[in-house]
Write a protein that binds this ligand. Structure first.
Ligand SMILES: [Zn+2]
Length: 290
């Protein structure tokens, strides 16, 4: 049975901790096909997509948007995820076929991403200027990097677990658990939470056997836990709305030179790999009629 990608949000420990359990397995399998990702490429992008799903679920309005950019100078190149407050997300990785030897019997996500750079989160909240936050990468493993970002940008104590279980046949599980503690969280709660989180450290393995509801119920069911929401996360690209602007951005002179050489103008969307082609007539229509 195909599992829908979803985010399950709850509050626990006398409202002192907010939990988000995220399943992005289905989205990662679609991204593997769209971008022809290597298993390592899928592990890198899958982790970033799970963070993106979380950022998306924190946006207050459907029209709010975000961009998550991770660039650590490693062989994976830049990792980009974008989305909106309607839980529609998309993502790509500069080098989708990145491959490295295994490290400690695991895909070397940290080696692929690198740690010589930043994690950037740009949020368009409908204000004059976007909210831009960035933190220096710690390991390139993405989970600890995002945890550091949350702590440094918002002062929030937190735990971030991300995992992608993938081989050459596809993704068996991708998702994560993100816990944010309220400022007045009790030390006892923190200790219990740390214990639970340490039990869940192999999250993708857990998610390959259980649904996120079952995981939440198993680990948090015996505490006072209130479910806040359970929403589907969708993989969706909106490039059809942006391509005319990108074409105009190329500049009329450059476009005319290509057309004079008898070439069609071709633009490929990095996020969904869709290719748009424009002939002279269509280009003229775009430049003179709007
Ligand atoms: Zn697209």
């Amino acid at each position: 049975m195909e599992r829908k990608s979803q985010i399950y949000r709850a509050i626990t420990f006398n409202d002192k901790a907010r939990i988000a359990a995220i399943d992005t397995t289905d989205i990662v399998n679609k991204l593997i096909k769209t971008h022809d990702l290597s298993p390592l490429g899928a592990a890198v992008l899958g982790r970033a997509i799970t963070v993106g799903a979380y950022i998306s679920s924190n946006l207050k309005k459907e029209t709010h948007k975000f961009n998550l950019i991770i660039n650590g100078g490693g062989p994976a190149g830049q990792v980009c995820v974008a989305g909106n407050g309607n839980l529609e997300i998309k993502g790509f990785i500069e080098n989708p076929k990145v491959t490295l030897p295994y490290k400690n019997n695991k895909l070397d996500v940290g080696g692929a991403v690198g740690k010589d750079g930043y994690i950037n989160v740009i949020q368009d909240l409908g204000l004059k200027e976007p909210y831009v936050g960035n933190t220096k990468l710690v390991s390139g493993e993405i989970a600890i990097d995002y945890a550091t970002y949350l702590l440094q940008s918002y002062g929030v104590r937190n735990a971030v677990i991300l995992g992608v279980l993938v081989d050459k046949n596809g993704c068996k599980a991708s998702g994560g658990l993100i816990v944010e503690l309220m400022p007045d969280a009790d030390e006892n709660h923190i200790v219990v939470l740390e214990d639970i989180v340490s039990l869940m450290s192999n999250f993708s393995d857990l998610l390959s056997k259980k649904s996120i509801e079952e995981i939440m119920d198993f680990y948090f069911g015996h505490f006072e836990t209130t479910v806040l929401s359970k929403d589907e996360i969708k993989l969706k690209c909106d490039c059809d709305k942006k391509i005319p602007d990108i074409l105009k951005g190329l500049g009329k002179k450059q476009i005319q030179e290509l057309l004079d050489e008898g070439k069609e103008i071709e633009i490929k969307c990095d996020y969904c790999s869709k290719i748009y082609k424009f002939n002279e007539e269509q280009v003229n229509k775009m430049f003179y009629e709007c």
